[in-house]
Design a protein around this ligand. Structure first.
Ligand SMILES: Cc1cc2nc3c(=O)[nH]c(=O)nc-3n(C[C@H](O)[C@H](O)[C@H](O)COP(=O)(O)OP(=O)(O)OC[C@H]3O[C@@H](n4cnc5c(N)ncnc54)[C@H](O)[C@@H]3O)c2cc1C
Length: 439
């Protein structure tokens, strides 16, 4: 597991470097029983408890000054049920381990995000998503869930068993208990035809509805200070497998997208005035390409340049206005932004606090390279997102509180009531949850 989760000198730090905290103590339970006992001991000592994944959240959602529960020994596949089309995994399993193990069995998740470093429980707890027309977030692929609640007991839920808990706990924000196992829907391994193509910003905006409707997975990156985007269309195909040739993959996905991109960001950080000119060049660096591969090799890629990020889900029909406003804001401001803006979509889902709960959504993500001031850019972007009733990604930087969130989530009260029932003493509290849930 990445060095991001190591606790140096007793201090835990997240991947983006936005959070560092000193827990009172740590445990790495090797079984559900050990975990339940640790929760009960913490309750006796009056300590709050927080499970962490790989620390890939930019917000302080995983931070605790109480008992920090590490995931490393709660990993692996418990069971594959081919008839039901499900896999049950321990909560601390990294997504990459799950994806590789599933592929070996000829199986796959339906959809996933950009990377696969996170744990299954960490990723789903904040609503981690990729892009999709019909297929939704990773949490929406959960069929069953097991968690240790505040009194140290084990609670299981699914659509049929404790459905009220299931509705909320799939994206539980770490507020309802510690997830110990997740059962995901899986399907026979399939192939995706990927088509990546530069496209003018104005054309993507004008044709967005068609690009979205014609593709199972459509996304694009807009390069601020330019009118350029890179689009990506992924659709299922019959094959044969035609992966990106290794040398080209290294050159484009490692050298250009990570190595050169890192250097570009260093130059931009040292001399921000050069960023618009550099953006014109870097937005044209990647040429069109097509390839066919298994899902996780198409959906995910390495992200080695460290950054900070804010991402909001807006109603899908508000996307183009949101983007045009964002572009106009950057164009008229003195801001210098060297990182592309990522745009994805999700269908409406039925999870209480999913960013796509009951609403067809489009995601807009703004980034700044780690170590550069991001507040002015993010504040201005957030003003645009919230004007469109945006819902912030729970794991990415935002300034919203319970008052705002209760207005944009029709089922907010349902989540809070369930939390009152499962964790009346707020064993799983931290400052972030106090802000977003109001207690
Ligand atoms: C480089 C990078 C790329 C990313 N790409 C995407 C993307 O494509 N799409 C997207 O939506 N997001 C993306 N993210 C955000 C990331 O997926 C989320 O922040 C995710 O929650 C991180 O998972 P983690 O395992 O690191 O969990 P952490 O950040 O360590 O924890 C997240 C939350 O999960 C809780 N948690 C962890 N384990 C448990 C458990 N066992 N029981 C209960 N609660 C638990 C924690 O308490 C915390 O509340 C990205 C982040 C980075 C840094």
């Amino acid at each position: 597991m990445g060095s991001t989760t190591s606790t140096r000198n007793g201090t835990w730090r997240n991947w983006g470097g936005t959070v560092s905290v000193r827990p009172a103590r740590e445990v790495t339970p090797a079984s559900v029983d050990e975990l339940a006992a640790a929760v009960r001991r913490a309750a006796e000592d009056g300590l709050p408890v927080k499970a962490v994944g790989t620390g890939h959240s930019f917000t302080s959602i995983a931070a605790t000054d109480g008992l920090l529960v590490r995931p490393q020994l709660l990993t692996g596949i418990r069971r594959i049920d081919r008839e039901a089309g499900t896999v049950t995994v321990e909560a601390g399993t990294p997504l990459k381990r799950l994806n590789v193990a599933l592929a070996r069995e000829g199986l796959s998740l339906t959809n996933m995000g950009d990377i696969m470093e996170q744990t299954v429980s960490g990723a789903t707890s904040t609503g981690t998503h990729g892009t999709g027309r019909e297929s939704a977030s990773i949490a929406a692929q959960i069929k069953g869930l097991e968690l240790v609640t505040a009194d140290g007991s084990v609670l299981t839920c699914s659509e049929k068993e404790n459905p009220d808990v299931f509705a909320a706990a799939r994206i539980g924000l770490g507020a309802l208990g510690i997830v110990t196992a997740l059962t995901f829907a899986v399907e026979p391994l399939f192939l995706l035809n990927a088509r990546e193509e530069p496209m003018p910003f104005d054309r993507v905006c004008a044709e967005f509805d068609a690009l979205y409707a014609e593709n199972e997975h459509f996304e694009f990156y807009w390069f601020p200070h330019t009118g350029n985007t890179n689009t990506k269309r992924n659709n299922r195909g019959a094959g044969p497998e035609r992966p990106v040739p290794p040398l080209r993959a290294w050159f484009e996905d490692e050298f250009l997208s990570n190595g050169v991109f890192q250097a570009v960001n260093w130059v931009g950080r040292a001399a921000p005035a050069t960023i618009p000119a550099i953006a014109q060049i870097s937005s044209r660096a990647l040429s069109a390409r097509t390839y066919t591969d298994i899902p996780y090799k198409v959906f995910t890629s390495p992200r080695r340049v460290r950054f900070v990020e804010m991402e909001y889900a807006v109603p899908r029909e508000a996307l183009v206005d949101t983007l045009r406003e964002l572009k106009a804001m950057v164009d008229r401001s003195p801001l210098r932004v060297s990182f592309p803006v990522e745009v994805r979509t999700a269908p409406a889902d039925d999870i209480t606090l999913s960013t796509a709960s009951g609403r067809e959504s489009a995601y807009v993500a703004v980034h700044m390279v780690k170590g550069t001031p991001y507040q002015r850019y993010f504040t201005a972007a957030e003003r645009i997102f919230t004007a469109h009733e945006g819902r912030p990604h729970w794991g990415k930087i935002h300034t919203r509180d319970a008052e705002y969130l209760s207005r944009v989530y029709p089922r907010f009260g349902e989540f809070v009531a369930l939390r009152d029932r499962l964790d009346p003493e707020r064993r799983f509290r931290n400052d972030y949850l106090r802000r977003v849930l109001g207690a």
